[in-house]
Write a protein that binds this ligand. Structure first.
Ligand SMILES: Cc1cc2nc3c(=O)[nH]c(=O)nc-3n(C[C@H](O)[C@H](O)[C@H](O)COP(=O)(O)OP(=O)(O)OC[C@H]3O[C@@H](n4cnc5c(N)ncnc54)[C@H](O)[C@@H]3O)c2cc1C
Length: 571
C-alpha cells in the first residue's frame, strides 16, 4: 500500500500542556521550522492539562525559596525523584508563569496586585498559582489562541499508532491514524516529541480524560525506550462517586481540603485523626487516599463505597465563590458541595512512572524526546498537587527548545516501508477477527482487575492474580472484533486503547511485584514499611526480543540532597 506522507521538522504527539508548550518554544526558537502538533482529541481541548483545577506550583514570593519547593518535591516523592529533573522543575516554573501571563493568562490576584498563591497538600509554603478552580482552561485556551497565529500545523483527531525507526538509527517520525477517515498518515520528522500525557484510565474509578490510554508509554516501550518506576501510579483521595455517570472519578481538588473541608466515614468519624493526626486532611495524597480506601474496605464507608467530603461549615457563599467549577460539577452529579457532604473515593489520577529522560527530555533513542506525564523521574513515588502542570509546561518548553536546536543536526528523515506496513497491519488486526468478545466489556474487565488487584493497596498474591488476569485479557483481545467501517469507528479506537492499556498495566504490575516495600503511592500489605536500605532504587524496564521486558534496578542518584539518615544531607 502507498501511504500518504507528511514531512515536518518537528513532530509533537499530544496537544496538551506539554505538547503546546513544546510547539510554542520551538516556533519561538526558529519560526522557519515546520512544526506539527498531533492530538487524538482536539488540540488544546483534550488531555488533562485542561482539567487542571487546583493550580500551578511556582516560587514567586520572596519569603518562599526554590530550595523549599525542591525539598517539598523530594519529600513528597519519598526520595525516588531524579533530582536534576526536580531541580529543573522548581527553578523554571516561575519563568513559565511569566510566559503564561505574557500570552494572556489572568491568574487570581491579591488586593495588592500580586499573584495570589494558595496552600496545597505537602507544601511548606502557599505557592499554588490559580485561576479560581479552572486554571487549566485558562492556560490551554490562551496557549491555543497564541498558536493559532503561527505557522504551526495542528492536526485534530489524529492518533499516533507507533513510532517509526529511522533508517540511520533513531526515530524517524510516527505512523498516524486519522480517526475521522480511518486512513493512515506517515509523519516523517527530524525530531519527534512524545507528549501524550501518560495517566491512562487503567482503573475502574479514574480521573484522567477519557481518551488517555497510555499510548505514548506503550509506543515508547515498543520502540525500545527505557522506562522507569512504572509501579508508581497516584490515586487522588477525592473523586466523586456518582453511580454509572461519567462524573464518577472526577476530582474534587485538594484546595478544598486546604481551605478546611473535612473527611468523614459513614459513622461520622473524622478518620484522618487515625492516619495523620498532625496534618489531618492536609496530609499528602498517598496517605489520604490510602486512609479513605481502607475505611471503605473495612466497612466504614457508605453503601455505595464512599467516604464523605464536607465543606459546608466553610459557608455556602465562600464555597460557591472560591470553587465554582467543583460546585457546578457536584450539582451535575446531584450533590450540593456548598451545603452538605459529597460521597468520594480515591480515584486513579496520575502516573509518576514513564520514559527515562535527561534534563533536556532526551530518551535513549536519538531524535526522540519525551515531555510531560509520559516521562518519569520528576515526581519520584508521589506527585505533589500543582507540580503536574508545572512539569508539562517546564519540560514541554524545554523539549521545544531542544528540538528546534537539534532539528538542523538531524538527517532528512527516512523510514523503511516494511516498518510502516507492519505497524499498519498490527493496527488493522481487529478487522480480521471474528470473535465474540466486546472491546467495551474487555475495557471494563481490565479496569476492574487493576482496581482490585493492583490499585491503592497491593500485595504479592493480588499482583500475581493481576498478571494472570492481564494474560487472559490479552488472549481475549485477539478474539475481539470491531464493525467493518474505518470512519469514526469507536470500537476500533477502544481496541487500540486496550492494546496500550494492557502494555502499561503489565509494566506497572511487574514493577510493583519487584518493589518489595511500601513507598509513596505504592503500598504493599505484605511489605508495609519503607525500606531505605534496599529500595532507594529506581526500577527500569526496556523491551527485549518479542514482547518480553528486561527489568533492572539502579540506586537513586542523590545529586543535590540526601534523604535523612543516608549520609550527610548535602552532596
Ligand atoms: C482531573 C485532573 C485534575 C488535575 N489537576 C491538577 C492540578 O490542579 N495541578 C497540577 O499541577 N496538575 C493537575 N493534574 C495533572 C495534570 O493535568 C497533568 O500533570 C498534565 O496536565 C499532563 O500534561 P501533558 O501535556 O503531559 O498531557 P495532557 O494535557 O493530558 O495532554 C495529552 C494530549 O495527548 C493526546 N493524546 C493521547 N494519546 C494520543 C495519541 N495516541 N496520539 C496523539 N495524541 C494523543 C491527548 O488527546 C491530549 O491532547 C490534574 C489531572 C487530572 C486528571
Amino acid at each position: 500500500m502507498d501511504f500518504p506522507t507528511l514531512r515536518t521538522d518537528i513532530l509533537i504527539l499530544g496537544g496538551g500542556g506539554a505538547g503546546l508548550f513544546a510547539a510554542l518554544h520551538a516556533e519561538h526558537t526558529d519560526p522557519r521550522l515546520a512544526i506539527t502538533v498531533v492530538a487524538k482529541g482536539l488540540v488544546g481541548q483534550s488531555g488533562c492539562t485542561r482539567m487542571v483545577q487546583g493550580g500551578f506550583n511556582a516560587v514567586l514570593d520572596p519569603a518562599d525559596s526554590l530550595e523549599a519547593h525542591f525539598l517539598d518535591t523530594l519529600k513528597g516523592g519519598a526520595w525516588l525523584n531524579d533530582q536534576e529533573l526536580a531541580w529543573v522543575l522548581v527553578s523554571e516554573a516561575p519563568q513559565r508563569i511569566a510566559e503564561l501571563e505574557r500570552i494572556g493568562c489572568f491568574f487570581d490576584r491579591r488586593p495588592d496586585g500580586r499573584i495570589a498563591q494558595k496552600p496545597f497538600a505537602g507544601q511548606s509554603f502557599d505557592r499554588t498559582v490559580h485561576k479560581g478552580d479552572l486554571t487549566g482552561i485558562e492556560v490551554m485556551t490562551r496557549l491555543k489562541e497564541r498558536l493559532l497565529g503561527t505557522s504551526v500545523t495542528l492536526l485534530d483527531e489524529h492518533r499516533a499508532l507507533d513510532l517509526l525507526p529511522a533508517r540511520d538509527g533513531g526515530c524517524g517520525g510516527a505512523l498516524l491514524l486519522n480517526i475521522r477517515t480511518g486512513q493512515p498518515l506517515v509523519a516523517l520528522a527530524r525530531v519527534t516529541i512524545v507528549a501524550t500525557g501518560g495517566g491512562a484510565r487503567l482503573y475502574r474509578i479514574s480521573a484522567p480524560s477519557l481518551e488517555k490510554a497510555g499510548d505514548g508509554m506503550a509506543m515508547c516501550w515498543r520502540a525500545g525506550v527505557v522506562l522507569q518506576d512504572m509501579e508508581m501510579y497516584q490515586f487522588h483521595p477525592t473523586g466523586i462517586i456518582a453511580g454509572p455517570s461519567v462524573l464518577t472519578g472526577a476530582v474534587l481538588e485538594e484546595g478544598l481540603r486546604g481551605a478546611g473541608a473535612r473527611l468523614y466515614n459513614a459513622r461520622g468519624e473524622r478518620f484522618m485523626a487515625r492516619y495523620d493526626p498532625q496534618r489531618m486532611e492536609r496530609s499528602t495524597r498517598d496517605i489520604v487516599a490510602r486512609a479513605s480506601y481502607l475505611e471503605i474496605q473495612e466497612g466504614r464507608g457508605t453503601p455505595e463505597g464512599a467516604v464523605l467530603l464536607d465543606a459546608s461549615h466553610l459557608g455556602a457563599e465562600f464555597v460557591e465563590r472560591t470553587f465554582p467549577g467543583m460546585a457546578q460539577r457536584c450539582r451535575e452529579a446531584g450533590y450540593d458541595l456548598a451545603r452538605g457532604p459529597v460521597p468520594v473515593s480515591p480515584t486513579a489520577h496520575f502516573h509518576m512512572g514513564g520514559a527515562r529522560i535527561d534534563p533536556w527530555c532526551h530518551t535513549n533513542i536519538p531524535g526522540l524526546l519525551v515531555a510531560g506525564e509520559d516521562a518519569g523521574g520528576v515526581h519520584g513515588a508521589n506527585r505533589l498537587g500543582g507540580n503536574g502542570i508545572a512539569e508539562s509546561t517546564v519540560f514541554g518548553g524545554r523539549a521545544g527548545d531542544c528540538a528546534a536546536q537539534e532539528a538542523g543536526t538531524r538527517p532528512e528523515p527516512s523510514v523503511s516501508p516494511s516498518a510502516v506496513q507492519e505497524a499498519w497491519e498490527q493496527a488493522l488486526a481487529p478487522f480480521s477477527c471474528n470473535g465474540e468478545e466486546s472491546v467495551f466489556a474487555l475495557r471494563k474487565a481490565l479496569q476492574d482487575l487493576m482496581w482490585e488487584k493492583a490499585g491503592v493497596v497491593r500485595n504479592a498474591q493480588g499482583l500475581q492474580d493481576a498478571l494472570a488476569g492481564l494474560n487472559a485479557l490479552e488472549e481475549r483481545l485477539h478474539r475481539a472484533s470491531v464493525p467493518p467501517v474505518r470512519e469514526f469507528n469507536m470500537a476500533w479506537q477502544v481496541w487500540l486503547d486496550l492494546r496500550s492499556m494492557l502494555t502499561v498495566s503489565r509494566l506497572l504490575v511487574q514493577s510493583a511485584l519487584l518493589r518489595t516495600e511500601s513507598r509513596g503511592s505504592h503500598y504493599r500489605t505484605d511489605f508495609p514499611q519503607t525500606n531505605d536500605q534496599e529500595w532507594l532504587r529506581n526500577i527500569l524496564v526496556q523491551r527485549t526480543e518479542g514482547n518480553a521486558s528486561r527489568f533492572w534496578t539502579e540506586p537513586v542518584r542523590f545529586t543535590r540532597l540526601r534523604p535523612p539518615g543516608i549520609g550527610s544531607e548535602h552532596i
